[in-house]
Write a protein that binds this ligand. Structure first.
Ligand code: PHE
Ligand code: CO
Length: 295
């Protein structure tokens, strides 16, 4: 077998442009270098320390059930031996970002694509695309949660459907993913906690999302979220707070077709907007926000 490629975004005069790949590979575990294992260890230890009292408790518990540790880059096969019997999910290794429809089809079949390669040491704090640390450390633990596992599959099926409806429907659905799977907060008896993969894999945002007075924290509302633009190159201006994974599942169970039609006729909200109808946990002071760049 040929060595898998490391497919990364390309830098152009318009900034980073994503490059897509559909190939599913075997995780080339033996090709990881000492530097790769070290990068994993550094990131793993750093995040686990920051996430004490910040991440949802099931997040860390599930990492432990999966035997993820700082010691070495996990073998996807080992993780699958825990994951598959528990919730039916299976990790597959990929070379980089997948085209939307391919990604949805994998999720709809309970296959979670994980980038095989890890960032370089000089990218510890930021890189433009998902790497193995983001995918494994951030996304995989909650696939052990039965309700969240169902949500991810339903999202995949919903994505296949939205893609057939049209680009606006897809945009509405992508915002839902962004504000839940990637940047979601959850309410617990101990206070707000992080469950979004984009947050837990980021040192700066793990702190910012809970401690900073700058962003809004607003109660989750399905249509509100689907109408809200977001930031891809800065910390979020708004985080949406769910009460439970069941709430997320219940809210997203209905057929979205009429919702897409309704949203089609109404304008989107800027990433930092607060509406009269919002259940506001914190109204951000907007410190450090740039005025353009919502997508
Ligand atoms: N119920 C949604 C639909 O009909 C599918 C979905 C479920 C989307 C869960 C996102 C999350 O399209
Ligand atoms: Co992600």
């Amino acid at each position: 077998m040929e060595n898998p490629r490391r497919v990364e975004h390309q830098m152009t005069d318009k900034g980073y442009v994503p490059v897509y790949t559909t190939t599913v590979i075997e995780q080339p575990w033996d090709t990881y270098t000492a530097v790769d294992h070290d990068t994993w260890a550094t990131l793993f230890k750093r995040q686990r320390e920051i996430l004490v009292g910040r991440a949802a408790k099931e997040f860390v518990e599930n990492q432990e059930r999966l035997h993820m540790s700082a010691e070495a880059i996990p073998r996807f096969d080992d993780l699958n031996r825990v994951l598959k019997p528990a919730t039916g999910w299976e990790l597959i290794a990929v070379e980089g970002l997948l085209p939307e429809l391919t990604f949805f089809e994998h999720l709809a079949n309970r296959r979670f694509p994980v980038t095989w390669w890890i960032r370089k040491p000089e990218q510890l704090d930021y890189l433009a695309e998902p790497d193995m640390f983001h995918d494994l450390f951030g996304h995989v633990p909650l696939l052990l949660n039965p309700v969240f596992a169902d949500y991810m599959q339903a999202y995949g099926a919903g994505g296949v459907k939205a893609a057939a409806i049209g680009p606006e429907a897809l945009q509405n659905l992508t915002r839902l993913y962004w504000y839940t799977v990637e940047f979601g907060l959850i309410r617990t008896d101990e206070g707000l906690r992080i469950y979004g993969a984009g947050i837990v894999s980021s040192k700066g945002e793990s702190i910012y999302c809970l401690d900073s007075p700058a962003p809004n924290r607003i109660g989750f509302d399905l249509e509100r979220v689907m109408q809200t633009r977001y930031r891809i190159d800065t910390y979020q201006k708004t985080y949406f707070v769910i009460d439970s994974y069941e709430q997320l599942m219940d809210a997203t169970r209905p057929d979205f077709t009429p919702i897409y039609a309704r949203l089609h006729a109404s304008p989107s909200h800027a990433a930092g907007d607060v509406l009269d109808t919002d259940r506001v946990w914190q109204r951000g002071n907007g410190e450090g926000w740039s005025n353009d760049g919502d997508v």
